[in-house]
Design a protein around this ligand. Structure first.
Ligand SMILES: NC(=O)C1=CN([C@@H]2O[C@H](COP(=O)(O)OP(=O)(O)OC[C@H]3O[C@@H](n4cnc5c(N)ncnc54)[C@H](O)[C@@H]3O)[C@@H](O)[C@H]2O)[C@@H](O)CC1
Ligand SMILES: [K+]
Length: 488
């Protein structure tokens, strides 16, 4: 799994890679520029537009000079805008790439930029070298780039954004950020989304094994990490192997939650799904999902199920039921929605939650559980502490949902789309997670597979329906994600 290193670790990684690969730092910069060019070509930007490359004096600027040269070679009209005084000392690789800028590329001072011209802007002013809020002298350069209404593409990081701590000063508002080797932490923070735009990961040939020894608790979860987390079921598997799960969900007027999570559990592969719903409401679920069985007696043996998902729309009057379930259960369970709100207001219940269970609060529920956070980094730290203290897994939902594990690791999920921000999407996820637990997946793997496939199913649903996507569409696409990822 791809590690997310801090800005400070990048230099050390650079050094190790250069040594291992037997290349110069300048060659590594060239690879970064070439990787950018291959993304650029895939974008098919209109070729009649000129390209304005803003370059700083450090290696981020060096990337920009190299990109300017390569784009010019590809036939683009390119202009470079210097973000430093003439005669300034540049980093060695930036200087070399500045020297290599061909004559056909005109170099101007940034103050000469006319932001009303049509074109494409590349922001190569500041990258991970920025360690503190930007100097006053740099503010107008960022404002100048932001005054340009056309497409802006930041190299590695939007200039002004700190790689892994909260940023308060001005920063470039990019449409795309093409970042090298691994995502920089700040690109994954919701509060920075309007600055980083769409993040593109550009491979520069550094293999994950080269930084296996680098300490970090942050990881980036990608498609290649998923298949090995799945269990394989052979030809002789029967419905018992696929698990017997129960979902405690729904209440009068909110039976949709029970329908959505039970259906998702079936679509994820559960052999037998039982819904615990109010008896008066059973007709709704039984006609909507005939494959689901219903039970009504809450004095049941909860351990007869392979996995349990509790909470979607059960109502806030179910504290006693929740307490009974937590006391009775010996295996990890999935807790969502009202179950989390109940736990948040009755914190003595936390110690009763079976170790390794999975909690999936939305941001409001999370805040009730662990208190307010000043920003996403603060939220990550609080959640990590909570998970380690109580030995629980917790999902922070949103773009790049964070899977916070019992051992302190935090994985940022790469699948998903904004079109999943719709009622009931969380209920679908609860069904999926419960299903994987019931299929005998270790909680960590159930969480990883559940969240990744949920995001992928959402992407497929979003491609078909865009903003008209509803939670049922996500559920209906779960099967396609198995085909896509070649899960048998
Ligand atoms: N190993 C890697 O990941 C690679 C990194 N490369 C590039 O190298 C960049 C890092 O380069 P550097 O370490 O030279 O750093 P940067 O180029 O990001 O920043 C250094 C520049 O920032 C200025 N600066 C520092 N603090 C400032 C402040 N508070 N206000 C205003 N200006 C300030 C410095 O004067 C200097 O000009 C990466 O972001 C990436 O673009 C690439 O060349 C490829 C390889
Ligand atoms: K930049």
């Amino acid at each position: 799994m791809l590690k997310i290193l801090s800005g400070d670790q990048v230099k050390e990684l650079d050094r190790i890679h250069i040594q291992n690969a037997g290349i110069s730092s300048h060659e590594l910069m060239e690879r970064a520029a070439l990787s950018f060019i291959s993304w650029w070509k895939s974008m098919e930007f209109p070729k009649n537009l000129p390209v304005f490359v803003f370059c700083g004096a450090g290696n981020n600027g060096g990337d920009g000079f190299a990109i300017a040269r390569l784009l010019f070679k590809e036939g683009w009209e390119v202009q470079v805008f210097r973000c430093f005084e003439e005669g300034s000392v540049l980093s060695a690789d930036a200087q070399k790439n500045l020297d290599w800028v061909p004559e056909g590329v005109l170099i101007y001072d940034w103050k000469e930029f006319n932001s009303s011209r049509e074109g494409l802007l590349i922001d190569s002013f500041l990258g991970v070298g920025l360690k503190s809020p930007i100097r006053n002298s740099a503010v107008p350069i960022i404002e100048c780039m932001n005054s340009f209404p056309g497409t802006k593409i930041s190299i590695d990081l939007p200039s002004g954004l700190l790689a892994d701590s909260p940023t308060f000063g001005p920063r470039v508002k990019a449409d795309f950020t093409v970042t090298f080797a691994f995502p920089k932490l700040a690109l994954l923070f919701p509060e920075n989304s309007s600055f980083s735009g769409k993040m593109v990961l550009a491979d520069i040939g550094i293999s994950e094994s080269e930084y296996a020894s680098f300490p970090t608790s942050y990881f980036f979860l990608q498609e290649k990490d998923i298949l090995s987390r799945h269990r394989v079921f052979g030809q002789f598997a029967h419905k018992g192997d696929f698990g017997k799960v129960a979902l405690v969900a729904g209440s009068k007027g909110k039976m949709g939650a029970a329908i959505l999570c039970s259906k998702a559990a079936l679509r994820t592969g559960s052999g037998l799904v039982t819904a615990f719903v109010p008896e008066d409401e059973r007709g709704i679920i039984q006609s909507a999902v005939p494959e689901v069985m219903c039970e009504f007696d809450e004095n049941t043996d909860w351990n007869k199920f392979d996995a349990l998902g509790v909470g979607p729309a059960i109502g806030l009057d179910k504290k006693d039921l929740l307490q009974d379930i937590l006391k009775a259960c010996s295996k990890p369970i999935v807790l969502d929605a009202d179950a989390i709100t109940l736990i948040a207001s009755n914190q003595d219940l936390i110690s009763l939650i079976p170790k390794n269970s999975i909690l999936t609060p939305h941001l409001g529920e999370l805040e009730r559980l662990i208190g307010k956070s000043t920003d996403h980094l603060d939220r990550l730290m609080k959640v990590k502490e909570f998970c380690m203290k109580w030995q629980l897994n917790l999902l922070i939902k949103g773009a790049y949902s964070v899977l916070s594990l019992v051992d302190g690791r935090q994985l940022f999920n790469s699948s998903g789309t904004q079109y999943m921000a719709t009622a009931g999407a969380g209920d679908v996820l609860t069904g999926m997670l419960t299903s994987f637990l019931g299929q005998g997946y270790a909680p960590e793997n159930a969480l990883i597979c559940g969240v990744y496939h949920h995001g992928k199913a959402g992407e497929l649903a979003g491609q078909q329906n865009r903003r008209s996507t509803i939670a049922s569409d996500i559920s209906e696409n779960i099967g396609k994600t198995y085909t896509l990822l070649n899960v048998l």
